[in-house]
Design a protein around this ligand. Structure first.
Ligand code: PLP
Length: 251
């Protein structure tokens, strides 16, 4: 009797996908445990309460299904850096109770669309963007938390206000109805130890907070440098690859 070849039987229904979804879930759970433990240890070293540090899972390039799995694992803060991709994922996950963080460079003409789903914008770095976000927030009757992105390296193309200018951008955010100045954000310069940059960010954060007491957030630290960021007072770490895996391109 011939042995049926299940592999060539096109009429056979596909296996339910629960196997690979379950595999992905345990992969994300394991990664999440590693990241949470890194946060805990970094806090312990400098005598901070891990409850002061919010993990923002940066899901760019990964599917909405991963966002859903992370939500099931207790991650409530999701970061994205491109509007179209973020918008689609936020729509696909509209039934979940998530806080969407926009962490990428933001064009003025996308401000309104981003305000529809994002409650935190980490990349506020110029006056025109503040104006556009303020108009959008007022029109949509939304309140948007804004972080002033500080350029710590003077690198072209990565965004951010120069430290000297960040204070004025912060003042403008604070004076704009519909926008809430939450604090500051930075990406460490590439290829050098991040400590000095995060120390500089902490200085800017202190200056901003001296004028705006509610602006207590410091968004700093990614997969490779979250410990250093926490040592320098980060309240929000934005972690992508260590949670979700390597990304195809340089995103
Ligand atoms: C991609 C990205 C991250 C996450 O970086 P990882 O190295 O993957 O952890 C954090 N912040 C911003 C602004 C990003 O674009």
């Amino acid at each position: 009797m011939p042995c049926p070849d299940v592999h060539s039987d096109a009429s056979r229904p596909p296996e339910p996908d629960t196997g690979s979804a379950e595999h992905r879930r345990s992969q994300l759970a394991a990664n999440l445990a590693v990241v949470r433990e890194r946060i805990r240890q970094a806090c312990e070293r400098v005598g901070r309460d891990p409850g002061e540090v919010t993990l923002v899972a940066v899901t760019k390039t990964f599917p909405a299904a991963d966002v859903r799995l992370l939500a099931g694992l207790g991650v409530g803060d999701i970061g994205e850096n491109r509007h179209q991709e973020a918008e689609a994922k936020a729509a696909a996950c509209a039934d979940l109770d998530l806080t969407w963080h926009f962490v990428g460079q933001l064009q003025v003409n996308k401000a309104r669309a981003v305000v529809r789903y994002a409650s935190v914008i980490h990349s506020v770095d110029r006056f025109r963007l503040v104006t556009a976000l303020g108009r959008a927030a007022a029109d949509l009757e939304r309140s948007v938390r804004c972080l002033v992105q500080v350029d710590l390296a003077g690198e072209v193309g990565r965004g951010g206000a120069l430290p000297a200018e960040a204070l004025e951008v912060a003042d403008t955010v604070a004076a704009t109805p519909g926008l809430e100045l939450a604090g500051v954000m930075a990406v460490a310069p590439f290829g050098v130890p991040p400590g000095p940059a995060f120390a500089r960010l902490a200085d800017v954060a202190a200056e901003v907070q001296a004028r705006h007491t509610g602006a207590t957030w410091i968004s700093a630290g990614m997969s490779g440098d979250l410990e250093t960021a926490i040592e320098h007072g980060a309240t929000h770490v934005r972690v992508g690859r260590r949670l979700l895996g390597e990304r195809p391109s340089n995103r």
